[in-house]
Design a protein around this ligand. Structure first.
Ligand SMILES: [Zn+2]
Length: 391
């Protein structure tokens, strides 16, 4: 294999740490979940601020990539993803089930894109990895990226500490063992999650907005769960804001009031009011609109038991990052990094000059061969429980 490919696998593993959209990134976490686009930018910079967005001026909606309008450049062109940079440099990128790889961003698409489908199977994962290795070893690809959602799905349905999540992680681990045997440390591999997950008490910790406000005062409502975006009518803004300020277990923010640490408030698609629930609470219009999932009966009636997107200072929202390969030191336990830091590591292993980004090189360079470890912090690293991503 050539030495500069990265296989990126995004998975949600609460048991390895946590974070998912939670929030150090709270908002981010909620929002960027499926559009982890490898740009090394905060979401207020790249503009992809949620799974559900509304462009008020054009009256266009982005619905987690499922509607035709979600492929409009206006959502995607806020900054340049790594695969676009690669393609522009004449390097080929293969992507499997990676949300957004089917979209033309800044007039560029990856060399190969296996379009995202809801919850790819274990067979899909194995095929993606086998196919990636074939493309990399034959020189058809310079980088491959694989997105795997099974652990996230099981976590939502059964909760982050469920047997089903553990089983999904074990299956992923088995697949990684197969990968390891094939690559024999000749390939740089990075494995990371896009968020953590926490247990939710569905139906018990629900905030029903129609109990507090007249929904006809709202022009548009986007998303439900830990973070909800509201656009009240101009004439009802103050009335809605005042009513929601009284609601327990959540906060309502005007654009200006959104905490800076969310790195979210300057986004173009941020609503005039943003609601953020306390961990474990779920905001929705009414219980009848809760996102049930289909159980074995086929009825959309079962409860959810896990969610992400809460304040990213909530530890359950943290993710993890693992890396192995010829460019990486062995047996190094990293101090916390942020999800935006992964971009610089990927650029390094790929031999690509990084674009201006929000990551910190000093937080990750010591993980690479040839870079000194800052000894003064060595003790701190060894005390860190695991390596994880802070968004
Ligand atoms: Zn999820």
């Amino acid at each position: 294999f050539q030495q500069s490919f990265s296989i990126n696998l995004v998975a949600l593993l609460k048991m390895l740490c946590n974070d998912k959209k939670s929030k150090l990134q709270a908002l981010l976490s909620v929002k960027e979940k499926k559009y982890y686009s490898l740009r090394g930018r905060h979401c207020e910079t790249h503009q992809m601020v949620g799974n559900y967005m509304w462009n008020e001026v054009l009256n266009k909606e982005f619905l987690i990539g499922t509607n035709p309008d979600s492929r409009l450049p206006l959502w995607w062109n806020g900054s340049e993803p790594l695969w676009v940079t690669m393609q522009n440099l004449g390097k080929k990128v293969f992507m499997y089930f990676w949300p957004g790889c089917e979209v033309e961003i800044l007039n560029v698409r990856p060399e190969f894109c296996k379009e995202y489908v809801s919850s790819p199977s274990e067979e899909d994962l194995i095929h993606s990895i086998t196919s990636s290795l074939a493309a990399l070893s034959s020189g058809k690809a310079d980088m491959a990226a694989v997105y795997y959602e099974k652990i996230d799905v099981e976590g939502h349905h059964f909760g982050p500490e469920s047997l089903q999540v553990k089983t999904a992680v074990q299956h992923l681990d088995l697949t990684m063992q197969i990968l390891n045997q094939k690559i024999k440390n000749q390939l740089n591999v990075m494995l990371f999650s896009d968020h953590g997950m926490t247990k939710i008490q569905w139906m018990e910790k629900v905030i029903e907005l129609d109990k507090y406000i007249d929904m006809s005062d709202i022009v548009k409502m986007m998303d439900r769960g830990p973070v909800v975006s509201l656009w009240p009518k101009n004439t009802t803004y103050q009335k809605v804001y005042s009513a929601l300020s009284q609601v327990h277990n959540m906060r309502v923010y005007s654009r200006q009031e959104i905490p800076e640490r969310f790195l979210y408030k300057k986004g173009k698609f941020v609503s005039s009011l943003t609601l953020v629930a306390e961990p474990g609470w779920f905001i929705t219009k009414n219980k009848t609109t809760l996102p049930y999932w289909k159980n074995d009966s086929g009825e959309a009636s079962a409860w959810q038991n896990g969610w992400h997107g809460y304040d990213n200072e909530f530890l359950d929202m943290r993710g993890f990052f693992l890396a192995v390969g010829p460019d990486f030191k062995k047996n190094v336990r990293a101090a916390p990094i942020r999800s935006v830091d992964v971009y610089n590591l990927m650029c390094w292993t790929l031999g690509v000059h990084p674009l201006p980004n929000n990551g910190s090189w000093s937080r990750v360079e010591y993980l690479l061969n040839g870079f000194e470890s800052p000894l003064q912090f060595g003790m701190l690293w060894t005390l860190t429980a695991c390596c994880f991503i802070r968004y």
